[in-house]
Ligand binder design. Structure first.
Ligand SMILES: [Fe+2]
Ligand SMILES: [Fe+2]
Length: 400
């Protein structure tokens, strides 16, 4: 017989206070498996509007990733109607008929438990683990627990003390909106999630829907390739999401950024407007978000041309831009498969295709692209589109 813990909350977002409370619950109440359940529409709390249900679930999953003995459940989020605790416990009792359910509650919740819907069912289905954060209300909580046990025969309530952690979700949301550092207040995975969400919100107001979806697609594709090839996944996500952030800026904005960040423009760059956004985005990430990572900046800077000696991250972004889920051209599956095998080979073949395309349109090929092709050709002298397509059994007559 196992002890199954239930740890519910709105989690908008899941913060370090929740994390600490969860760990205290696991240890002190000797929980074998804990279900962390983001609330759907909790009857006792006004639902926060800032994050969608999916976002709260994903943040909670990220926060609980790596905490042993914890599973995140979307049970309450899946329900269309209001979810009451006695209903969730009833469902859990069906899942774990032979085990003991233990419900985590905070001080304020214990003091109002008798007013919840069908408290007698709650007490019949689960033991209660009540946690005091301040410690000053321990006597009050213990007295209240005894009173509840008298009113509801069979109720089992244990009162614990957990270390205080002063943090509120409201404070976190306000700081997040102002772009302030949250690393002391929320788990690392949630921090990264919220950072990306802030970037996404910026893109939402600066890009067309089609380009926003492309950017989200490139983020996912770059993440997948980084995982396969051992690149920095966090940097790949950021570079993928932001690579086109200035694509819809007017000309003056690009040139304002070039001047502000003293970007040296060669003749080709001055006149080739297709390349401006890569260069301006590589500095706009600093202006708008304070990102100063040179690897991310360089990947964005060269995502349209490539260059001689490309880092893994640069190569990943170059190819992810052409293979994200929103792309749909004849050869896309070939490039996706080759990029998963060897990013540089995929970049080489794509670069050659792009160079031809630029030439066919009567435009000048940028020197960085020529250098990139030369560098990769030296590295892979026998690789051509034909050798790879034949080897991987893709038809020759495709197009990028
Ligand atoms: Fe681009
Ligand atoms: Fe792009």
């Amino acid at each position: 017989m196992s002890r199954i813990g239930i740890f519910g909350g709105t989690f908008a977002p899941f913060h370090k206070g929740h994390e600490q409370a969860l760990k205290s619950f696991l240890n002190l109440a000797e929980i074998d498996l804990c279900l962390v359940i983001p609330a759907g529409t909790p009857p006792h709390k006004t639902k926060t509007q800032m994050f969608t249900d999916r976002q709260r679930l994903e943040m909670t999953q990220r926060a609980c990733d790596g905490i042993e003995g914890v599973t995140v459940s979307d049970f309450e989020l899946q329900k269309e109607s209001k979810s009451y605790t006695y209903q969730t416990l009833g469902w859990l009792k069906e899942q774990y008929p032979d085990d003991t359910l233990i419900l985590y509650v905070g001080s304020d919740m214990l003091l109002t438990l008798q007013q919840w819907v069908r408290p007698e069912e709650i007490f019949a289905l689960a033991e209660i683990a009540a946690f005091s954060r301040t410690g000053t209300d321990l006597t009050e909580l213990k007295n209240h627990a005894s009173a509840l046990e008298k009113t509801f025969p069979g109720a089992r309530i244990t009162v614990y003390r957990e270390p205080p952690f002063a943090v509120s979700s409201t404070e976190i949301r306000e700081k997040w909106e102002r772009g302030e550092d949250l690393s002391d207040l929320i788990p690392e995975g949630v921090n990264e999630y919220l950072t990306l969400l802030r970037y996404e919100n910026f893109l939402r107001s600066h890009l067309s829907e089609h380009r926003l979806n492309h950017s989200l697609g490139v983020m996912k594709e770059a993440e997948a390739l980084a995982e396969i090839h051992g690149a920095d996944v966090k940097k790949a996500r950021i570079a993928g999401l932001l690579h086109d952030m200035t694509k819809e800026y007017p000309k003056e904005e690009h040139f304002r950024l070039f001047e502000k960040y003293s970007v040296d423009l060669d003749e080709n760059l001055k006149t080739n407007k297709n390349l401006w956004h890569a260069v301006s985005a590589s500095v706009a990430i600093t202006e708008v978000f304070g990102i100063t990572d040179p690897e991310i900046a360089s990947a964005i800077r060269f995502h349209t041309t490539g260059k001689a000696t490309m880092s893994l991250l640069e190569a990943i972004l170059y190819i992810a831009d052409l293979t994200d889920e929103t792309r749909d051209y004849d050869d896309v599956d070939f490039y996706r498969a080759l990029a998963r095998e060897n990013v540089e080979k995929a970049v080489l073949i794509a670069l050659r295709w792009c160079k031809n395309d630029v030439e066919e349109r009567g435009l000048n090929v940028h020197k960085d692209m020529i250098d990139a092709i030369a560098w990769l050709t030296e590295k892979y002298p026998h690789i051509t589109e034909e050798t790879e397509k034949t080897r991987m059994k893709y038809p020759m007559k495709g197009s990028l």
